[in-house]
Design a protein around this ligand. Structure first.
Ligand code: HEC
Length: 154
């Protein structure tokens, strides 16, 4: 009896405390780590910006600029170890496929850099198209499941 009473009091105080600090029931239910944007998303946004810089370089035939940006795409940063583990746990057996897409992006960006270094406009454009296809291929397979899983959107 005594134990029960203590437990009830503890529970009531906890709920009150949560209400006083302004925590909504939704916030209490959510795992804070799960709701926070992935570092991967920030890395992707950076990739997007660098792709825009490349199209600008192509328009101006500024091959030096393209050659400078391409390695930033090829050697894009990776998420921290903890996030990688969450991603691997989610992707499971498809990890090989995911890494394969990343490898294609890496190779296409290297080809882009080489073409730009040679000031070979045609080749810059065709390797840029290959690079865009590599982004698209991964997004078509993985983006929606990621967003659903890590952010709970449909
Ligand atoms: C190996 C798989 C993979 C490759 C390759 C890949 N992406 Fe992504 N990308 C993702 C995933 C997964 C998401 C969803 C991440 C999220 O919402 O947290 C994403 C999301 C994005 C977003 C949206 C970010 C936002 O704010 O919601 C952009 C922009 C993006 N990628 C750009 C690129 C570009 C540009 C390339 C190629 C140069 C590329 N990605 C290659 C997996 C990939």
């Amino acid at each position: 009896m005594q134990y029960r009473h203590t437990f009830k009091t503890f529970f009531a105080v906890s709920v009150l405390g949560a209400l006083l600090t302004g925590a909504s029931p939704q916030a209490l239910a959510d795992n804070a780590a799960e709701a926070k944007p992935l570092e991967l998303r920030r890395i992707m946004q950076e990739l997007g910006k660098n792709m825009q810089a490349v199209t600008d370089g192509i328009s101006r035939e500024d091959w030096a600029l393209v050659a400078r940006i391409a390695p930033l795409i090829a050697e894009h940063p990776q998420p921290p170890a903890g996030e990688k583990m969450r991603i691997m746990a989610f992707i499971g057996a498809d990890m090989g496929k995911f890494k394969g897409h990343d490898e294609k992006t890496h190779q296409a960006a290297q080809a882009l850099e080489q073409a730009a270094t040679r000031s070979d406009g045609q080749s810059v454009i065709s390797s840029f198209a290959t690079l865009q296809n590599s982004c698209l291929a991964c997004h078509q397979s993985f983006r929606k499941p990621f967003v659903e899983h890590f952010y709970g959107q449909r």
